[in-house]
Design a protein around this ligand. Structure first.
Ligand code: 5GP
Length: 180
């Protein structure tokens, strides 16, 4: 997606540990026009996949997931990383190793929000080693729902070449070219 690739080129910076910082349009400040375009693109790609819900993980997956849900006219569920008083024990849970924070997080979805007749579209902001997406897939499996597909906004393609998900803005090669 050219719009996104241009934006990564323009505003992305690389931190030590090969972390791409895009907090002026995705991870902290959010560009609604860009998110809307991303939502349209995912909705176009998965238009015929029979999606009934979009599934993501807080917090940075929420913006692209919400825009996708808006276009597909389906609810958006975000897995929560922290237990809250309102999140009871009736949960699907998976453990995910955080690429950026280097800690394990339990992510949870309330069982009330996914049922076996759902078909979920998994959306996230980044794909690095695939842990976050895998955690969401585990939750889908535990809930016995079909996965309509996986879409990530930025794939760190220097790490792997994935054939099983749609990525809109592959990070650029050679990776060091982004450093400034
Ligand atoms: P994975 O689970 O695929 O290893 O990493 C994906 C998760 O880690 C994403 O949900 C994202 O929040 C975070 N992440 C991984 N790499 C980067 C990166 O380069 N920049 C930012 N901002 N987040 C990243």
């Amino acid at each position: 997606m050219k719009l996104l690739e241009d934006r990564i080129r323009e505003d992305g910076t690389v931190l030590p540990g090969d972390v791409l910082k895009v907090d002026n349009f995705l991870n902290h400040q959010i560009d609604p026009d860009l998110m809307s375009a991303i939502g349209e693109e995912f909705a176009r790609l998965f238009a015929d996949a029979g999606v009934t819900k979009v599934l993501t993980v807080e917090s940075s997956g929420i913006a692209p997931a919400l825009m996708t849900g808006l276009q597909l006219h389906v609810p958006v569920i975000f897995a929560r990383k922290h237990r809250s008083l309102t999140l009871t024990d009736n949960l699907y849970t998976a453990t995910v190793y955080s690429y950026t924070k280097q800690v394990n997080n339990d992510i949870s979805v309330d069982k009330r929000f996914i049922s076996p007749d759902d078909k979920v579209l998994i959306i996230d902001d980044f794909l690095a080693n695939g842990q976050a997406v895998q955690g969401l897939m585990e939750i889908a499996k535990a809930a016995n729902v079909d996965i309509a597909g996986v879409g990530v906004v930025i794939e760190k393609s220097f790490k792997r070449v994935t054939k099983w998900c749609w990525t809109l803005g592959c990070t650029l090669k050679p990776w060091p070219a982004l450093r400034h």
